[in-house]
Design a protein around this ligand. Structure first.
Ligand SMILES: NC(=O)c1ccc[n+]([C@@H]2O[C@H](COP(=O)([O-])OP(=O)(O)OC[C@H]3O[C@@H](n4cnc5c(N)ncnc54)[C@H](O)[C@@H]3O)[C@@H](O)[C@H]2O)c1
Length: 380
């Protein structure tokens, strides 16, 4: 198969969809890989490394899109890319269709096959291509929180781990899933006094077993949250209710109960945020202050650490990309239920229920769709 890797053009996106190691894996299997010039530079991979691994370097985005039967990307295509995507071309990337109607219509009209990283799903309902970015964001949440607690950044002026003779900072983590666990682990490692609140008792039992002694768990409810915020120095929002907006566990009115300089890092901001006063910010301007409480609400935290994020993402995506290249999307999706869940839009049809529901579009069952396309494998 011919596989093309364009350079990401979304603002401040430095990740790339394949590393030179990934190119080597694919070309060793007899596939042709095309990489747009400088696509990997933001993640530390120069064109020469890709060429050495067997890729052909193409100078423009137009030539790169035109070269591939499968386009492998990181971010959802943005408007200038819509017209570059052709009928029957397979596009394997994050799409987040439900949050962008113009993208959904553009992909339906293109006739392409859109396999979305974020809906590839394992039997246990985990999302293997979202987990790596949650791991990055969780670890970063503590790092950023510790930074903004410093006085020059208008934080309380407290060192997360304290020092001998001085108590450490108190960190409250709302949600003990992937983000929350990684955030708590980092905070505990730095010596902070950490509390994780979640609704799931089995999850808290697990966390209680595996976390060090300076991490405790507590049931998430309004009473406990109101008590904990009074003396928390850093509060990390990491809740997720799949397919729904995050609940506002901290309301605007609760800010007055916090101490001046308390830092809020709402990682769940991409789902609306679990802190009412959080609105999405960018890496250029990541924070704002309301009622003396500092808010950090960057919606694409992993974008700030592209070296780590690219490797974390491609470690997870490459096995799927190889399967798609080896079998073609039709057979790969028939054989592998995880990949099948990733199909969102294909040959002009919406085959993912959440996307059809979001925009009231006709829905085609993915199994019926695959059965009807078997035998006409134009991209395979
Ligand atoms: N800002 C970013 O750059 C970025 C990056 C990655 C992930 N995220 C977001 O971070 C959020 C968390 O992701 P995740 O991968 O950890 O999800 P997850 O499903 O692994 O964990 C969510 C946890 O929240 C818990 N929860 C649900 N309701 C709760 C409540 N009322 N109180 C306390 N806990 C509650 C669940 O029991 C679960 O343990 C998501 O919104 C995700 O999109 C943001």
């Amino acid at each position: 198969m011919r596989i093309a890797v364009p350079k990401e053009i979304k603002n401040n996106e430095n990740r790339v969809a394949l590393t030179p190691a990934g190119v080597k894996e694919l070309s060793n299997r007899g596939h042709e890989v095309f990489v747009q010039a400088t696509a990997g530079i933001g993640s530390g991979f120069p064109d020469e490394a890709y060429a050495k691994a067997g890729a052909t370097i193409l100078p423009t985005i137009e030539e790169t899109y035109a070269a591939g039967d499968m386009i492998v990307k990181v971010k959802e295509p943005i408007e200038p890319e819509y017209k570059l995507i052709k009928k029957d071309q397979l596009v394997f990337t994050y799409f987040h269709f439900a949050s962008c109607e113009p993208l959904t219509h553009a992909m339906i009209e293109s006739g392409s096959v859109c396999l979305a990283y974020e809906t590839v799903e394992k039997e246990d309902r985990s999302l293997p291509l979202l987990v790596p970015m949650s791991e990055v964001a969780g670890r970063m949440a503590t790092q950023e929180g510790a930074h903004y607690l410093e006085k020059p950044y208008r934080g309380r002026g407290i060192l997360l781990g304290g020092v001998p003779g001085v108590k450490p900072a108190k960190v409250l983590v709302l949600g003990g899933g992937v983000v929350g666990t990684q955030a708590a682990k980092m905070a505990a490692g730095m010596g902070a006094d950490v509390t994780i609140m979640d609704l799931s008792l089995p999850r808290m039992r697990y966390l209680d077993d595996v976390m060090p002694a300076n991490v405790r768990t507590q049931m998430s409810n309004e009473y406990n949250i109101r008590e904990a915020i009074k003396d928390a120095d850093l509060i990390i929002g990491a809740v997720l209710i799949p397919g729904a907006k995050a609940p506002h566990l901290i309301t605007r009115e609760m800010l007055k109960d916090m101490r001046p300089g308390t830092v809020l890092v709402d990682v769940a901001v991409d789902q609306g945020g679990c802190i009412e006063t959080c609105t999405p910010t960018t890496h250029e301007n990541p924070t704002f202050i309301i009622d003396d409480v500092l808010h950090y609400c960057v919606a694409n935290m992993p974008g700030a650490v592209p070296y780590t994020s690219t490797l974390a993402l491609t470690n997870a995506t490459l096995p799927y990309a190889i399967e798609l290249a080896e079998k073609g999307w039709t057979k790969a999706c028939q054989d592998n239920a995880e990949l099948r869940k990733g199909l969102n839009v294909a040959n002009g049809k919406v085959v993912y229920k959440g996307v059809s529901d979001a925009f009231n579009l006709p829905y085609t069952d993915v199994d019926e769709f695959l059965a009807s396309t078997a035998g006409s494998m134009s991209v395979d």
